[in-house]
Structure formats: structure tokens, C-alpha cells
Ligand binder design. Structure first.
Ligand code: NAI
Ligand code: MG
Length: 499
């Protein structure tokens, strides 16, 4: 076995965590995989192995589902009052903050993102999500209904927890994705089997320890790292799972829908995107340039709602492209744990090849590289912030989700908002979009015309816990975060009483 790589900038607590055995959390106990197998997890900044993690598969998922079933059906979680549930969820947020440095270091090491973005973004946003949902635990209500059937009735609805939920999450924001999934499920009173992405299991495992420390009863949250087709597939197909909630590729979303058909479990999906950034000639150019640059280069472009298609009016197209190219040139690309890094690597060799492969396809199809355009260095998986111009709607770089720091820039020479919107909506996806203008009428009209689950005006978007996120078209089913996100985890029951 290869020795584990210990990054010199990792602190004492994260080093101690990395040195521990990384097991599965099932029924409140940390256990090895039944198969005894482990898999390696990497630092994408160096490509070196940083930990070995127990590899769950169908047999372990089965045990985890039984534990979650027991915690739900046996009533251990149901006997906890909403107020107490809220207090425990709030405590998870406190514990995230108390362990923020350790978590940020682990996230930067395992995902590659800059330590600053983990510290100022992922960790506080995760805590926010738990706090936001902690408040909902005591505010789950139904309605009283007016009945017209002859007679005298009392009728009302209640919202009940949906039951055992399987959650499968991606690697682009490992802790935050776990928080988005777990917080509403716990607030609603569900029990969970969570499978982190095989590339980034570490912060989810540390979160599992904190969830125990917060007093969440055994079996309520089970965490089983493993691979997609085995562990993930077993969750999606399991007959005792009431709902599966997934974030990842549209390709796997379709596999999950098919697997879920066996017991017709409920399904929510947050899938890919190819979100437009539409810039009108009256926009504040410095705001639009900074916003468009952030929209595509944040998190190395590995964001489902990344603004990956720029549509700028002909009058401002060159200024936009030059401005974003200048921003791109200033971004310090480096190891997530190096001082001053602003953009880390992509997650893996596979993603490196995928992203650079798309850039090559774009060039071969006639696009021009206005910034970046290639890998950076030969250790780790770094890609230069890239802008392609001369791109057209048929090109794969314009149609498909690249999930890397690659912007396709296009122009329009039109004042017809319907036509502009049609161009922006020409995608199988509909996750997000943004409009940059100082004209209130254009802003409102375009916000209505964009076929996507989230629209920003003079901001590409926000991942605030209160703001629902999700997709039109092939970008998904359902909305996460906000009150809508809580409702993903409840079933409505109507009760009618003849008086
Ligand atoms: P993926 O969709 O394969 O992986 C996401 C999660 O699904 C992981 O936990 C994985 O283990 C699990 N999974 C994979 N195959 C599964 C299966 N057959 N059954 C159940 N679970 C399964 O994404 P991948 O391969 O890591 O990335 C490929 C592309 O997917 C990216 O380039 C990007 O375009 C897209 N993607 C989109 C994300 C988003 O936030 N919308 C997140 C991650 C990837
Ligand atoms: Mg995959």
C-alpha cells in the first residue's frame, strides 16, 4: 500500500482526523464495510493519496437502511419534540463553527478549493443551512379546510415526515451538499442514509461525528461512503427507502429515476445546468464583468448553476470579454492550501480530461480562445480560467455542461426580449440565469422569460439557505433550500371527521 501524503499546512486537529480509521456510520456505530474493503481518497492539488475509507456497498446500505427504518418506525426520532429536534439541529451548526478550521482544511485538501473559500463560504454556509432548517422544525403546519359535502365536518391537513430518505451527493461542495440534504430531512423528522461522493468522503464523516455529538439519536443519520453504481445504486433501488434525493449529473439522475421505479419511491433531483448570463448595453460594466467572472470561475467552475454561457449585447461584447479575460488573468491558480490561492484544481484526472477535452472540441469546432485554454502545470489537476469566443449554439461546449472554468461568450444584436430569451433558453437545462441591466422593465420582463429555477438581476445567484434552488427542464425535480426545501421531506395527509 502507498503511504499517505500529509500536507504540511494541515493543522493538528485535521491531521489527527486523517490519521483515524475512516469507517461507516450505521445505527450510531462506526463500523468497517462488511466486505472489509477500503478505497483511496486523493488530494486533487497533488494527485496524492490522503486517506483510505471503508467502502460501503449494497450489503452495508441494507444495514444502514434497516437502522434508519428502525429509528423512524420504532419512534426514537418521532418521540423527540419539534423544539428539541430544532435545538439539536442548531447544535450541529454550533459544532460546525467550533470546528471550522479543521473542516475547512479537510475540505480544501480533499476537494481542492481554496482554504479561504472553504473557511468563508462552505463552512459558514453549511452552518447557516442547519440554523435555517432548525427554525422550521417547530413550524411545520397544516391547514383547516372548508368542506362542501352535505353534513358537518372537521377537515384538516397535516404534514408528516416522508420516512427513510436516501441521499446521494456530489463532490463539488462536499460539506455544503451534505448540509443541504441533512438539515431539512432532520427538521422534517425523517431518518437518513447519506452517501457522499467517492472523491470527497472526509468532511461528511467528520460531520457524522458532530451529528452524534449534537445528540441526534442513533440510526437517524447513517453515512455510508462508497461508489455510485454499488452503494448509490443500492440506495436508489432499496425497497425500504421512501425517498431518494440526488445531486449530480443528469445521466445518473436518469439511472436513479429508473432504479426508484421498483417501489415507486419519491425522487428529487438537482442536476446539471448551462446557465446564461445576459448582459444589456445599459448595465454597469464593472458590476457585470466582476459578476460574470465570478459566475463561471467560482469553485473552478464546478458549480451546477455556473454562468457558463455569456450573452452580451454587441455594443458591450468586447468590453465584457476583455474585462472577464483581465479578471481571469489575475486569478491565482494553485493548491487549495497554498497562501493566496484563489482557484484550486478540478476534482480529478477524469474531470481534468473532461474539461480540457471540451476546450479542444471547442477549438476544433472553430471557437477562439480569448483566455486560458489549457491545463496548468503537470502536477495536480489545474485548468486555466478559460474564455471561448466565436461559439455557436450547435457546439458541444455551448450545449453540454462542462463543469469547469470555461465560459462560452456569445453576442446578440437585438432589442426584442423574446428573441434574446429564446436564445438564452435554447438548452436542455434550466437551473439558473442572470440579467445585467439598470432598466427595471427589462429586468422584470427577462426574469419572467428565463426558463430556469433561479434568476438573478445584477447578481448571478446566491446560495442563501432561504432561497429555493432547482431546475426547470432536465435540470431536475423539486426545489432545495427555503420552505420548499423543507417540503421535499414531508407528505401531506388530509383528515376528515364527520361530526
Ligand atoms: P455523478 O453524477 O456520477 O456523481 C454524483 C454522485 O452520484 C456521486 O455520489 C456518485 O457516487 C453517485 N453515483 C454515480 N453513479 C451512480 C449510480 N449509478 N447510482 C447511484 N448513484 C450514483 O457525477 P460525476 O461522474 O462525478 O461527474 C460527471 C459530471 O456530472 C460533471 O462533469 C458534471 O457535469 C456533472 N455533475 C453535476 C453536479 C451538480 O451539482 N449538478 C455535481 C457533480 C457532477
Ligand atoms: Mg459519474
Amino acid at each position: 500500500m502507498n503511504a499517505l501524503f500529509v500536507h504540511p499546512r494541515i493543522g493538528r486537529k485535521a491531521t489527527a482526523f486523517l490519521a483515524r480509521e475512516h469507517k461507516l456510520l450505521i445505527g450510531g456505530k462506526w463500523v468497517p464495510a462488511l466486505s472489509g474493503r477500503t478505497f483511496e481518497t486523493y488530494d486533487p492539488g497533488t494527485g496524492r493519496i490522503i486517506a483510505r475509507v471503508a467502502e460501503g456497498d449494497a450489503a452495508d446500505i441494507d444495514l444502514a437502511v434497516q437502522a434508519a427504518r428502525q429509528a423512524f418506525d420504532g419512534g426514537a426520532w418521532g418521540r423527540v419534540s419539534p423544539s428539541e429536534r430544532g435545538r439539536m439541529i442548531w447544535k450541529i451548526a454550533d459544532l460546525l463553527e467550533q470546528n471550522a478550521d479543521e473542516l475547512a482544511e479537510l475540505e480544501a485538501l480533499n476537494n481542492g478549493k481554496s482554504l479561504a473559500s472553504a473557511k468563508n463560504g462552505d463552512i459558514p454556509l453549511s452552518a447557516d443551512m442547519f440554523r435555517y432548517m432548525a427554525g422550521w422544525a417547530t413550524k411545520i403546519t397544516g391547514e383547516t379546510l372548508s368542506i362542501s359535502t352535505p353534513g358537518s365536518y372537521h377537515a384538516f391537513t397535516v404534514r408528516e415526515p416522508i420516512g427513510v430518505v436516501g441521499q446521494i451527493i456530489p463532490w463539488n461542495a462536499p460539506l455544503l451538499m451534505a448540509a443541504w440534504k441533512l438539515a431539512p430531512a432532520l427538521a422534517a423528522g425523517c431518518t437518513v442514509v447519506l452517501k457522499p461522493a467517492e472523491q470527497t468522503p472526509l468532511t461528511a464523516l467528520r460531520l457524522g461525528e458532530l451529528i452524534q455529538e449534537a445528540g441526534i439519536p442513533d440510526g437517524v443519520v447513517n453515512i455510508v461512503p462508497g461508489f455510485g453504481p454499488t452503494a448509490g445504486g443500492a440506495i436508489a433501488a432499496h425497497p425500504d427507502v421512501d425517498k431518494v434525493v440526488f445531486t449530480g449529473s443528469s445521466e445518473v439522475g436518469r439511472i436513479i429515476v429508473k432504479a426508484a421505479a421498483g417501489n415507486l419511491k419519491k425522487v428529487s433531483l438537482e442536476l446539471g445546468g448551462k446557465s446564461p448570463v445576459i448582459v444589456f448595453p445599459d448595465a454597469d460594466m464593472s458590476v457585470a464583468v466582476a459578476g460574470a467572472s465570478q459566475a463561471i470561475f467560482n469553485n473552478t467552475g464546478q458549480v451546477c448553476s455556473a454562468g457558463s454561457r455569456l450573452f452580451a449585447h454587441k455594443k458591450v461584447f468586447d468590453r465584457m470579454v476583455d474585462g472577464i479575460a483581465q479578471e481571469a488573468g489575475k486569478i491565482r491558480v494553485g493548491h487549495g492550501l497554498s497562501e493566496g490561492t484563489q482557484m484550486g484544481p478540478v476534482i480529478s484526472q477524469v474531470q481534468l480530461e473532461r474539461v480540457t477535452g471540451y476546450i479542444d472540441q471547442g477549438k476544433a469546432a472553430g471557437a477562439t480562445v480569448a483566455a486560458g485554454g489549457s491545463r496548468v502545470g503537470n502536477e495536480g489537476y489545474f485548468v486555466a480560467p478559460t474564455i471561448l469566443t466565436g461559439t455557436t449554439p450547435e457546439m458541444s461546449v455551448v450545449r453540454e455542461e462542462i463543469f469547469g472554468p470555461v465560459l462560452c461568450a456569445m453576442s446578440f444584436d437585438d432589442d426584442d426580449l423574446d428573441r434574446i430569451a429564446r436564445q438564452a433558453n435554447e438548452s436542455i437545462y434550466g437551473l439558473a440565469g442572470s440579467v445585467w441591466t439598470r432598466d427595471l422593465s427589462i429586468a422584470h420582463k427577462m426574469a419572467r422569460r428565463i426558463r430556469a429555477g433561479r434568476v438573478g438581476v445584477n447578481i448571478h445567484g446566491s446560495i442563501d439557505a432561504a432561497l429555493p434552488t432547482g431546475g426547470f427542464k432536465q435540470s431536475g425535480w423539486g426545489r432545495e433550500k427555503g420552505h420548499e426545501g423543507l417540503n421535499l421531506y414531508t407528505e401531506v395527509k388530509s383528515v376528515i371527521m364527520s361530526l
